[in-house]
Structure formats: structure tokens, C-alpha cells
Design a binder for this molecule. Structure first.
Ligand SMILES: O=C(O)c1cc(=O)[nH]c(=O)n1[C@@H]1O[C@H](COP(=O)(O)O)[C@@H](O)[C@H]1O
Length: 309
């Protein structure tokens, strides 16, 4: 799957991910109205509304981008109907040949991680049958429990040719509280980065490992250091747009081959129509605003990478 991600980045010239993080408050009134008429003001109605919203956005941007990242929390808030909308979104994006990164941020004791890995990346055995659960291509993993919490994900990835992005330095304001703590004089995120590189050593595609890392766009200096610590790991870079990250901050997340990073924007794309610069599209044409925001993001990152050459 890492090879597919790389090929798609090369084909689209767009090292970006659209984050499908729907909130009901972003869904335009006409879509909510239709969903509520059909299902009432219920969890089913909300789930239908976010699914229709996602679908229209995907239909307007899929040809421009290599990958999407649905954030499962946004679906879980609507309970079981929400999870069904998550699964529909995953399947629809795959039918559009997009790489799907399930943002699930799991990680537990070994046996529990194994169940998460099977449910999201692998297949569960039921008698003589086996079934894929959510079936994303990559998932995000929290490494706080150490190697035995991560290894079950790596094992399933090996079997299924899928991949991981492991949290190394997160984009949020409090990320330094633990992640920047010095251990033997070095910040924890560097030690985690070294471990990600090690976990990835026998998980290689052609040039890159399918064990990647997450490093926030909001910490460009740390990104520069981590790029060198994990030369063969793809870095998923969230924090662009709504959290303040800009193209110029991101150049050091990439390797000299122009690869090695994929930048996520969620609210900045899916709720673009709410921003002043895209207001002209109006609520009715929200997905066209998303397309314009994707084009602007590709241009911003492309220009920054050109300038850095
Ligand atoms: O793993 C992630 O994707 C992630 C890690 C991180 O450090 N920061 C971060 O914002 N994210 C996710 O990236 C998305 C960012 O959303 P926006 O701020 O709306 O672009 C959300 O789904 C977050 O959960």
C-alpha cells in the first residue's frame, strides 16, 4: 500500500490528504433537511447527513488527491449509525481508488492491539470464513504502550500489505507536555522516532517503509530533526490550515526526492465554504469550495517545495 500511496502522490503531484472529519454543524442546511426528512432528527438522520456531505466532497476532489483520512471520532459521536457512515465513507473512497488512512489512534496491550489491527486492517475468522471489518489501507497508532502494543499492527500490515502512521510528535498545543520531556538529554519524540525507524526496518516497500510516523505541521523544527532520524518513514503531517500550518513550514518534512511526507487538512478543506475567501461558493456549492481549497493547498505546498530546491 505504501507503493500505491507513492504512485498516487507522483501521479497527482499532490502530497496531500483530505481529512474527512465531518461535524453536523458543517453540513449545509439543504443536506441536513433531506436527511432529517427521511430519517427524522435522529442518529440515523445525522449519519445520513454526514455521509451525503462526505460523498459530495469526495466526488469533487478525488481526481486531485492521493488519499483521504476519515477521523473515526467524528463518526463515533453518532453511535452505530455513525460507524456505518464511517464504513460507507471508507468503501466509497476505495471505490474511487483513493488510499484510505483510518485515523483511529489505537494502541493497547498486545492482545487488544491485535483485535484492533484485525478489525481495521485485517480479517477476522468466523468458523471457516474470514471477513474484513473496516478495511482501511493505513491506520494511525498510538505507541505509548511500547513494542508489544505496536507489533500486532505491524504483523497484520505485513500479511495484508497495508501500513501505519505512528504518533511521534503531535500537532496540538500541549503535545510537548510529555513528548518534549528529556530522557538522557533527548526529547521523548526523538526516541519514539528512532523506534519508528527500527520498527520499519523490515517493513520496506521499494524506498519507503510502510511503518510511517505522524509529526504535526505546527512543529517544523522538530519535523526537520525527525525527517533525518526516520529517513525511510513516510510522515503524515496534520496541522495544515485550521491549526495554522502553512506550505513554507513544511519543506523540511520532505526528503530530497520530493517524497516522504503527506500533509493533511480536514476543516480547511471540508468546511472551506465557511471561510471568507471561499464564501462566494455559498452553502449550496460547498463541495466546489472544497475543490478550490484543495487546489490552493496543492499550489501552496508545491510553491514552497520549488522555492526550497
Ligand atoms: O493523527 C492525526 O491525524 C493527527 C495527529 C496530530 O498530531 N494532530 C492532528 O490534528 N491529527 C488529526 O488531524 C486532523 C486535523 O484536522 P484539522 O485541524 O481540521 O485539519 C484531525 O483529524 C486530528 O485528529
Amino acid at each position: 500500500m505504501i507503493q500505491k500511496l507513492i504512485q498516487k502522490i507522483q501521479k497527482t503531484h499532490a502530497p496531500i490528504v483530505v481529512g474527512l472529519d465531518p461535524m453536523l454543524s458543517y453540513v449545509p442546511a439543504h443536506i441536513q433537511k433531506r436527511a432529517f426528512e427521511e430519517h427524522g432528527e435522529t442518529l440515523e438522520g445525522a449519519a445520513e447527513a454526514i455521509w451525503q456531505y462526505n460523498k459530495e466532497i469526495v466526488d469533487h476532489v478525488y481526481d486531485l488527491i492521493p488519499a483521504v483520512k476519515p477521523q473515526i471520532a467524528m463518526y463515533e459521536q453518532f453511535g452505530i449509525p455513525g460507524l456505518m457512515a464511517f464504513k460507507k465513507t471508507v468503501d466509497y473512497c476505495k471505490s474511487k481508488d483513493l488510499v484510505v488512512i483510518g485515523d483511529i489512534k489505537r494502541g493497547d496491550i498486545g492482545s487488544t492491539s491485535a483485535a484492533y489491527a484485525v478489525g481495521h486492517l485485517g480479517k477476522v475468522k468466523v468458523g471457516n470464513n474470514s471477513f474484513a471489518g473496516f478495511d482501511e489501507d493505513f491506520v494511525t497508532v498510538n505507541p505509548y504502550l511500547g513494542t508489544d502494543g505496536v507489533k500486532p499492527f505491524v504483523d497484520v500490515c505485513k500479511e495484508e500489505k497495508k501500513g501505519l502512521f505512528i504518533l511521534v510528535k503531535t500537532s496540538n498545543p500541549s503535545s510537548g507536555e510529555f513528548q518534549d520531556r528529556l530522557i538522557d538529554g533527548r526529547p521523548l519524540y526523538e526516541l519514539v522516532g528512532e523506534q519508528v525507524a527500527k520498527w520499519g526496518e523490515d517493513c520496506m516497500g521499494d524506498d519507503y517503509s510502510y511503518v510511517g510516523a505522524v509529526v504535526g505541521a505546527t512543529y517544523p523544527e522538530q519535523g526537520k530533526v525527525l525527517r533525518k532520524i526516520m529517513p525511510k518513514s513516510f510522515i503524515l503531517v496534520p496541522g495544515y490550515g485550521a491549526q495554522g500550518g502553512k506550505g513554507a513550514d513544511l519543506v523540511h518534512f520532505f526528503n530530497e526526492d520530493g517524497l516522504g511526507a503527506i500533509v493533511n487538512s480536514s476543516r480547511g478543506i471540508i468546511a472551506a465554504y465557511k471561510q471568507e475567501q471561499y464564501a462566494k461558493y455559498g452553502e449550496e456549492h460547498f463541495a466546489e469550495a472544497s475543490r478550490a481549497a484543495v487546489e490552493a493547498m496543492i499550489a501552496d505546498i508545491g510553491t514552497a517545495l520549488e522555492r526550497a530546491k
